[in-house]
Design a protein around this ligand. Structure first.
Ligand code: DGT
Ligand code: CA
Ligand code: CA
Ligand code: ZN
Length: 584
């Protein structure tokens, strides 16, 4: 059995972790870590050294460890290690990767609450069970939850849009207030509204970059400064997110913002256009190749116009046909000026209340929606099939209708023009039937169906299941169609073309779920559905009043799908929406 240096180092580090959780003496634990470090750094294979009988001449390897390496090399096993693995479960060791969890806490959680996996740790933290333990508390519990979230993101290397946007906005606001700063904005994938973000790119226009760099590097929560130059700094925050800040002089703002917004594919095409016209383009200027004459652009639109293109909104800059369209339109125009915006939304068509698994009552959701400027909302509590969410049966739906009527009467009495609509998020059973009969669904204003279970059915099975569900006469919307959770699980393997064609034929709207963990349909699927003539809803799936604010993520996804308000049913006036719903 030949073990590589890296494999051996991994085993010794794992032994050290497990011994530490058991509360073994510090020097013993350290011996394994030192051995692991030295073996990993060796310039030659440890197997050769073992074969030559010279293990103990390696720094950090004493008699005890040499014996263990010998056993591993000879037999491929290590009895001591196997016993340790039985004594300390893998899931307990995995907890050590969570920032805020060391060996002592892992041991404590395991012994006092039986927690032996990351999932169990997350559930216990969410349920508030950790705070009561010795030397814990509510803050430590929150730190652990944040640590688990950071860990999930690190595993994918990318952060969810919703975890990054508010943070970046706050940072931009801070930098904009620094004396001398004329403009500040986030660029990169964040400005393009991508569903996940690799790192944050912030651009600042100023003639005096020093105070900007200083202000940035003094931000709370910086774990590590990666670079600190005169006009560029870079830091990693405690949640693992990397932020790059660049300062440019105000008269190159346009070229710089265009360059750092990307996407890289889009920029390659833009540079080619410039080159074909005899220019070179970088983040500072457009330069005529013949004589080196430079042109600077204080705003992006002027740069696009100079290249003979219509202005291209950032969400479209993915080299997915936008450049051809912008060329055809020509300078001075805007590509898709009618692209949907947050202000186009008149209501939200998916939310949960305390009738099922939501936190707030109907009136609280309604008043929050009114404050957002909405004209209507659709209450879509879960139905009876989803027992974990206290789904509603026919009798409770009837009761809920009365409660909604009462809320509408109250609002009318206050002179507020607003309508709470009654819907449901109806379970699609594994055979494609719905968990409430058609005559009950007929009493609802709008019906949304969702697949929550058996998402891993084979393509033909799950496609047939959804298509069957879409044949029910009272279905209006398919909620979070793919069922994916970003950074956690892929969605179901549908034959999307078939789903979209059926949606078109049955005039069923497809949801773009704005929950930043979902963003489902995705930008590319929604764009394809739009090409096939489908309509959409953009809804938050809020389980709390604050959840209604997530609409921005749904709108950004819709913009990346090239959607206009005409295609989005919750931009329509209430009367038009209801007429569409009654089509039978
Ligand atoms: P991310 O961070 O992975 O979510 O994606 P981006 O698009 O934010 O990429 P990032 O942070 O590497 O760079 C930001 C922008 O800067 C990128 O969208 C385009 C521009 N950029 C960076 N490196 C290059 C490059 O080598 N060539 C070109 N043309 N553009 C670049
Ligand atoms: Ca980036
Ligand atoms: Ca970057
Ligand atoms: Zn759902």
């Amino acid at each position: 059995m030949t073990l590589s240096n890296q494999q051996l180092a991994t085993i010794f580090n794992d032994i050290a972790d497990r011994l530490e959780i058991q509360g073994e003496l510090v020097f013993k634990v350290r011996a394994y870590r030192t051995a692991a470090e030295n073996i990993a750094a060796l310039g030659q294979p440890i197997a050769d050294i073992w074969a030559a009988g010279q293990l103990e001449q390696v720094a950090g390897i004493g008699k005890e460890i040499a014996k263990k390496i010998d056993e591993l090399m000879r037999t491929g096993r290590l009895a001591f290690y196997e016993r340790l693995k039985r004594e300390v479960p893998d899931g307990v060791v995995a907890m050590l990767r969570v920032p805020g969890v060391g060996p002592k806490r892992a041991k404590l959680f395991w012994e006092s609450l039986g927690i032996d996996s990351l999932e169990a740790l997350e559930a216990a933290a969410r349920a508030g069970k950790l705070r009561a333990l010795p030397r814990m508390g509510e803050k430590a519990e929150q730190t652990i939850l944040a640590g688990i979230e950071a860990l999930k993101q690190r595993a994918s290397g990318r952060f969810r849009l919703g975890d990054v946007l508010p943070f970046a906005e706050a940072l931009v606001t801070t930098l904009r207030a620094v004396p001398g700063v004329q403009r500040a904005a986030y660029a990169g994938s964040l400005r393009r509204g991508k569903e996940t973000i690799g790192d944050v790119d912030i651009l600042v226009a100023t003639r005096d970059p020093a105070p900007v760099m200083q202000a940035f590097l003094q931000q709370p929560g910086i774990a590590q400064v990666l670079a600190s130059g005169e006009t560029k700094s870079s830091a990693r925050f405690e949640n693992g997110l990397q932020v790059d800040v660049r300062a440019v002089v105000p008269d190159v703002w346009g070229t710089a913002l265009q360059y750092f917004t990307g996407s890289q594919q889009h920029n390659i095409r833009i540079r080619e256009l410039a080159q074909r016209a005899g220019y070179s383009l970088n983040e500072y200027a457009l330069t005529r190749q013949a004589d080196g004459k430079e042109e600077r652009f204080a705003d992006e639109a002027a740069l696009y116009a100079r290249l003979g293109l219509a202005y291209i909104p950032p969400e479209l800059r993915e080299d997915r046909g936008e450049i051809e369209h912008a060329q055809a339109l020509g300078a001075g125009h805007v590509l898709m000026p009618e692209l949907i915006t947050v202000n186009d939304l008149r209501g939200d068509l998916q939310m949960h209340t305390n009738w099922s698994d939501g936190a707030a009552d109907i009136m609280t959701m309604a008043r929050t929606a009114i404050a957002l400027g909405y004209e209507y909302i659709l209450i879509t509590d879960h139905t009876v099939g989803l027992a974990v969410a206290h789904g509603l049966d026919a009798a409770r739906l009837r009761e809920q209708r009365k409660a909604i009527d009462a809320v509408n009467e109250q609002l009318a009495a206050e002179g507020i023009a607003f309508r709470v609509l009654h819907g449901a998020e109806v379970e699609v059973r594994s055979d494609g039937t719905l968990d409430l009969p058609d005559d009950v669904l007929a009493t609802l204003d709008l019906v949304q169906i969702s697949v929550h279970t058996a998402l891993n059915q084979p393509r033909e099975v799950i496609t047939a299941r959804l298509l069957r569900a879409m044949q029910h006469p009272h279905v209006h919307i398919v909620g979070h169609p793919a069922g994916r959770l970003i950074n956690e699980r892929d969605g179901a393997d549908y034959d999307w073309e078939a789903v979209f064609r059926t949606a078109r034929e049955r005039n069923i709207a497809l949801e773009i779920n704005a929950d930043p963990a979902r963003l489902d349909l995705s930008d590319t699927l929604a764009r394809r559905a739009a090409e096939l003539g489908c309509v959409f809803s953009i809804s938050t799936d809020a389980h709390t009043p604050a959840g209604l604010h997530n609409r921005i993520y749904g709108v950004l996804t819709a913009r990346r799908a090239w959607l206009t308000p005409a295609r989005v049913i919750n931009t329509w006036p209430l009367e038009r929406l209801l007429a569409w719903a009654r089509r039978g």
